[in-house]
Design a protein around this ligand. Structure first.
Ligand code: PBG
Length: 326
């Protein structure tokens, strides 16, 4: 009771604030999301994401060495596919000599101790911009899962450490795990986008990978309803049972309650994705001089840690790591 208790006592000096600090952010917490392109030379800016470029493979190699030097554990690769290579079925996703397998090999050559994470989903490769195969208006679940298995195997074959299904089809984690075991990729990790919401915060990403113009309709029949929390627990329970090593919440900051609920409920690493729209909002307000961009960047990343995230996928990773490393 006041005045015996004055919570300001421990806040009075830098040393005492450091002493009682409950959460710390480190470069080890960061996963750098990078966009690669086979037409960028060497880098082309993404208009809605100032500071983010689509990278050529040689620019990617440089980024990989930079990430390793900064102590960032892993890169997450997202492809911008030449529109001429897209079709209804997204078959370029299964090309062992495609952009993603080449990007994986590029990173592994440049920085052998850096982890590589790849999205398993068809949207960068389909003319319609959906994550799966269409059957009329609907995304056909089981047919899509067959493709995702093949896509994950192509990635594992190229040296991907963590395959990360971001498509939200039912049953895909178990199917991919079984296929990986069967093909002797016993150590390939699966990071399941288990709680992925149908969100407006992905807008700039769709520009980044060139699927914005393509996308017909929305993704509400497969991605989660932003109104739901219990359903996220069910998704995660299933994905762990099916063989996921880690799970993802996406978007990030607007869904910190989900990060907290999952990290309290399951003894599995829970990652969170600070998505393109979150990045764009911070950058836009900072560019206007309305917020201190660097301070808000660090505060937002710390918030993920406080909510219980084991890893944070973010376009800010190199900038944040540079600050953290002093
Ligand atoms: C799709 C995918 C999306 C993102 C990553 N993978 C968008 C979507 O589901 O429409 C978004 C990433 C971001 O916004 O930064 N498989």
């Amino acid at each position: 009771m006041f005045p015996a208790t004055r919570l300001r006592r421990t806040r009075q000096a830098d040393w005492s604030r450091r002493l009682v600090r409950e959460t710390a952010l480190s470069p080890n917490d960061l996963i750098w999301s990078v966009v690669v392109s086979d037409t960028a030379d060497p880098a082309e800016p993404v208009a809605a994401m100032p500071g983010v470029d689509r990278l050529s493979l040689s620019a990617l190699a440089k980024a990989a060495r930079e990430a390793e030097a900064l102590g960032i554990p892993a890169l997450a690769i997202f492809p911008h596919i030449d529109p001429a290579k897209k079709n209804d079925e997204g078959s370029e996703a299964l090309n062992p000599d495609g952009l993603v397998p080449n990007a994986i090999r590029t990173v592994k050559d440049a920085a052998p101790n850096l982890g590589v994470i790849c999205d398993v989903a068809l949207d960068p490769f389909t003319t319609h911009g959906h994550d799966g195969i269409l059957d009329g208006e609907r995304i056909a679940n089981d047919e899509t899962v067959e493709r995702l298995i093949a896509q994950a195997l192509v990635q594992a074959e190229a040296g991907c450490d963590i395959v990360a299904p971001s498509d939200m089809m039912d049953g895909r984690i178990g199917a991919i795990r079984e296929a990986l075991e069967g093909a002797d990729f016993k150590d390939t990790m699966i990071l399941s986008y288990a709680a992925k919401y149908a969100s407006g915060f992905y807008g700039p990403y769709r520009e980044a990978i060139g699927s914005a113009a393509a996308l017909t309709g929305d993704k509400q029949t497969y991605q989660m309803d932003p109104a739901n929390r219990d359903e996220a627990l069910r998704e995660v329970e299933l994905d762990i049972a099916e063989g996921a090593d880690m799970v993802m919440v996406k978007p990030g900051l607007p869904y910190l309650d989900i990060v907290r609920a999952l990290s309290d409920s399951f003894p599995v690493p829970v990652c969170a994705f600070q998505v393109s729209g979150e990045y764009a909002m911070i950058e836009a307000a900072a560019a206007k001089g309305w917020i201190d961009g660097e301070r808000v960047m660090m505060e937002s990343l710390l918030a993920f840690k406080r909510a219980g995230a084991a890893g944070i996928v973010t376009y800010f990773a190199p900038r944040a790591a540079r600050l953290l490393n002093g």
